[in-house]
Ligand binder design. Structure first.
Ligand SMILES: Cc1cc2nc3c(=O)[nH]c(=O)nc-3n(C[C@H](O)[C@H](O)[C@H](O)COP(=O)(O)OP(=O)(O)OC[C@H]3O[C@@H](n4cnc5c(N)ncnc54)[C@H](O)[C@@H]3O)c2cc1C
Ligand SMILES: NC(=O)c1ccc[n+]([C@@H]2O[C@H](COP(=O)([O-])OP(=O)(O)OC[C@H]3O[C@@H](n4cnc5c(N)ncnc54)[C@H](O)[C@@H]3O)[C@@H](O)[C@H]2O)c1
Length: 463
């Protein structure tokens, strides 16, 4: 007699992530009766095990690096400097808790919103089961995010993920990281700077394979300059727990069998969407080959009234893309219905130090469009401000459509790169001619002042 105890809502949101929370508040503002279901901690990945905690660790690691680099700037540092991971974690936990509490308060304060704790599964297109409760709505918004993907053969080997590594209170003596991409590289530099001996094992021929090879090689150089060991082209990885503490990872490289051992192992081999946890087949939801929920440019799944936002729709894998999904949804429900996924320009940063800021296409992607291209690249070592800071690693590069004069893509790898990329991004959203930036007068001495100089040097790329 399920129907007897069905609770009906104007909307059900599953997942308290970067889209779910603001959407709940927006719906409540319009006087909708909303249920938000969360199986874990409020705030999802970004707040609890993603951006906030990792960027807090990046800041602590940068402080440790700044101390070791201080003699280069004429500052003598006592040898007794120590890293205290327990205190670093405590600072991070405080930041995470503040965010979580803020989210909780905003949701609890709204009389329109019911918070439901537990794992939601579909019973059919309109009904959701959470424990013994059954919730019903004709509008269901899925914001279920993703989790760490553990490769075959590592399930029974002692390993850390992005979540559990953030619980450590002692710096690992030697850390093996499997996966040389965003998560792997950020943690590699963090723990190396905190004192671990770090080895990165990547099966691809180069790191962060979504980037141009030139960028990848420069990133590798920065990490290797800090004594992080990078092994690319590592295949057939297998793990084994040591009899004492620690792990052994064996692999093949260039046809030869190799082995390394470490006290700790971090798996950073990508994410898998949490769509499977929903029992999506009960609602007839279509998934892509990789398990993401299929959506239209306005975020509707193949089932009318069911929408998917954030990482679980495979259209973005960042906090700002998830939040932008919320903005699109809000515009479609209550606005002029003009915003869609098609408006979004790819952008993100890799938060190693110096950071890599990226907007739009890579050079390889731009070449595939068949457009007439202009391209240029300059080293950070040409910039006064970078020299003054003693941080000259990296480059700035830009790709322009020669016919429309619009910027197609840019990379700023260097000090302040995560912020400076915003200048290119703004020009791209504004569909400005690159000449507007070329003729702009930028503040001296900043890294941004390289942009006009960079643009003066654009050259056609041969097709
Ligand atoms: C280590 C790391 C570092 C990162 N750093 C950055 C960064 O610097 N910048 C950036 O932009 N992005 C970063 N990201 C990516 C970013 O964290 C995610 O893209 C973003 O959090 C995705 O948000 P979301 O709204 O899609 O889902 P999430 O925030 O993952 O939220 C989904 C929620 O749904 C809940 N849930 C799942 N299934 C169910 C169910 N069946 N029932 C009930 N609840 C359910 C989950 O418990 C979770 O709370 C990082 C990610 C990681 C892992
Ligand atoms: N700064 C940021 O914005 C930030 C930071 C961290 C994570 N993220 C998000 O999290 C997502 C996931 O990041 P990620 O780095 O885990 O995944 P990823 O999918 O970007 O990279 C996974 C890497 O692991 C390698 N790999 C896979 N299986 C392997 C195996 N068996 N052996 C060796 N190598 C293997 C792949 O070749 C790839 O290089 C990213 O797409 C990103 O959106 C963002």
């Amino acid at each position: 007699m399920i129907e007897d105890r069905v609770e009906t809502f104007d909307a059900i949101i599953i997942g308290s992530g970067q889209a779910g929370n603001p959407l709940a508040l927006a719906l409540a503002k319009e006087k909708w009766k909303v249920a938000i279901v969360e199986k874990g901690t409020l705030g999802g990945t970004c707040v609890n095990t993603g951006c906030t905690p990792t960027k807090a660790y990046v800041a602590s690691a940068r402080a440790a690096w700044a101390i070791s680099n201080a003699p280069n700037l004429g500052i003598e540092v006592p040898k007794s400097t120590k890293v205290n991971l327990k205190s670093i974690k405590k600072r991070k936990d405080k930041l995470v808790n503040q965010s979580r509490l803020g989210i909780r308060k905003s949701l609890v304060d709204s009389p329109q919103i019911s918070m439901v704790r537990g794992t939601a599964t579909f019973l059919d297109k309109t009904r959701i089961k959470v424990g013994s409760r059954v919730l019903k709505s004709y509008k269901i918004f899925l914001n279920v995010g993703a989790r760490a993907r553990i490769p075959e053969g590592f399930e029974d080997v002692d390993h850390l993920t992005n979540s559990s590594i953030l619980q450590l209170e002692k710096v690992p003596e030697s850390l093996i990281i499997i996966g040389g991409s965003y998560i792997g590289l950020e943690f590699a530099q963090i723990f190396n700077r905190l004192g671990s001996k770090v080895t990165v094992l990547e099966m691809g021929d180069y790191l962060i394979s979504k980037e141009d090879q030139h960028t990848s090689e420069q990133v590798r150089e920065v990490l290797e300059n800090e004594n992080i060991k990078v092994i690319c082209g590592a295949h057939c990885l297998k793990g084994k727990n040591k009899k004492s503490a620690g792990v052994i990872v064996s692999f093949q490289k260039g046809g030869k069998d190799k082995k390394i051992s470490g006290t700790h192992l971090l798996i950073a081999t990508g994410r898998m969407p949490n769509s499977d946890l929903l029992k999506p087949e009960k609602a007839g939801l279509k998934l892509t080959q990789r398990g993401y929920l299929e959506v239209s440019p306005t975020l509707e799944t193949n089932i009318e009234g069911i929408y998917a936002l954030g990482d679980c729709n495979g259209k973005g894998a960042f906090t700002h893309t998830s939040y932008n999904d919320y903005e699109i949804m809000e515009n479609q429900l209550f606005g002029d219905k003009t915003r869609t996924l098609d408006d979004r320009i790819t952008n993100y940063a890799l938060y190693i130090d110096p950071p890599l800021g990226r907007a739009g296409m890579t050079l390889a992607q731009a070449k595939e469009t068949g457009k007439n291209l202009l391209f240029t690249r300059m080293p950070m070592s040409d910039i006064s401000r970078a020299k003054e800071k003693g941080e000259t690693q990296g480059k700035m590069e830009v790709i322009v459509d020669a016919d429309s004069e619009q910027i197609l893509g840019a990379a700023v790898f260097g000090t302040g790169g995560d912020e400076i990329i915003g200048t290119f991004l703004t020009a791209m959203y504004g569909k400005l001619s690159y000449k507007t930036l070329l003729n702009s007068v930028q503040t001296h001495p900043t890294v941004t002042e390289l942009i006009p100089t960079l643009l003066q040097q654009l050259k056609p790329i041969k097709k």
